[in-house]
Design a protein around this ligand. Structure first.
Ligand SMILES: Cc1cc2nc3c(=O)[nH]c(=O)nc-3n(C[C@H](O)[C@H](O)[C@H](O)COP(=O)(O)O)c2cc1C
Length: 288
């Protein structure tokens, strides 16, 4: 099991005001105070402390601590979160990263923070226990740069990341599920990420996700486009997901997103199972 390491603008102001955050003595930092217009489905994101000067010192120290903590907690590895509108994603994004020092500006500078985080985590875990998740098309949490800049930035960043020889580089494909409509328009910068970036990944394993059917995943893998696919929604809504694929059973139960991030005040544990662990199993022959 890999532990995900993430932070930043995507955090809600309520998280910034949480007792644990206050006790830490640290505000929630970002490379600009530009809030997400849509964050967590339909709420507006918070304003965060603009990380002036040397972000490396503050955040890389925490990254090192988080990597050590994850190891002590017994995880098998670390997935550095470079997607979802979190800190690395923001630093990469020319519209959000307004740093005027060596962490902002050119695509090389914007890539440095993610590369530094990876180096810190690799120091603790070794590269073969470290992966990264990326989302160049953006959309979710109001992320995304113009296409030409996206290609330029991610071509460079993925090439550099690959040189580190990670356990895997996971690139999320475009899906409407992750693409809010903002001011009447879809937000994401749609492009085929497998076609655009697969040729850059030589020393790490290339994984992808985002709205794959099992058949499509098998085809991509057998054609050598990617080494593997991972799932979010289908995995949640089918407790026997792998077995269903093995037995050719349909994977057609949609996730009920309503209870997923709902308020659990006053709910029993049994109530809270709804939408998480109450999805049906398929029927199998006796011997299965
Ligand atoms: C309920 C739910 C919670 C999720 N939480 C996270 C998360 O914490 N971190 C993350 O990187 N992605 C998260 N995702 C996104 C998934 O990892 C995945 O990238 C996305 O659902 C697209 O893949 P899919 O089409 O297979 O669902 C979540 C998705 C769902 C449905």
């Amino acid at each position: 099991m890999f532990c995900t390491d993430l932070a930043s603008r995507k955090s809600q102001p309520s998280i910034g005001d949480a007792p644990e955050q206050i006790a830490s003595g640290q505000p929630v930092y970002a490379p600009s105070a530009i809030p997400a217009r849509i964050c967590f489905a339909d709420r507006r994101g918070g304003k965060f402390r603009f990380l002036h000067g040397v972000p490396g010192y503050v955040t890389l120290l925490f990254t090192n601590k988080a990597a050590i903590n994850a190891k002590e907690a017994g995880f098998d590895g670390i997935e550095v979160h470079g997607a979802g509108g979190y800190l690395i994603h923001q630093l990469l994004d020319s519209g959000l990263n307004i740093c005027t020092d060596s962490w902002g500006g050119s695509f090389e500078n914007r890539s440095q923070f993610g590369l530094e985080v990876l180096r810190v985590v690799i120091d603790v875990w070794g590269a073969d226990r470290v992966g990264i998740k990326l989302d160049p098309t953006g959309g979710y949490n109001d992320m995304g740069m113009p296409l030409e800049e996206t290609l330029e930035t991610y071509n460079y960043f993925i090439t550099q990341v690959d040189q580190l020889g990670l356990a895997y580089i996971a690139i999320q494909r475009y899906s409407e599920f992750n693409d809010p409509i903002i001011e009447g328009k879809r937000r994401a910068v749609q492009h085929d990420v497998v076609a655009a970036y697969s040729h850059l990944i030589k020393k790490s394993t290339f994984l992808s996700n985002g709205n794959f059917t099992p058949e499509e995943a098998a085809q991509y893998v057998s054609e050598g486009k990617i080494s593997g696919v991972f799932w979010g929604q289908l995995w949640i809504s089918h407790p026997d997901f792998a077995k269903r694929i093995r037995y050719g059973k349909p994977v057609d139960t949609p996730v009920d997103m309503q209870p997923v991030y709902g308020n659990t005040d006053g709910m029993t544990l049994n109530d809270q199972r709804v939408g998480y662990t109450d999805y049906p199993f398929a029927e199998y022959p006796n011997e299965a």
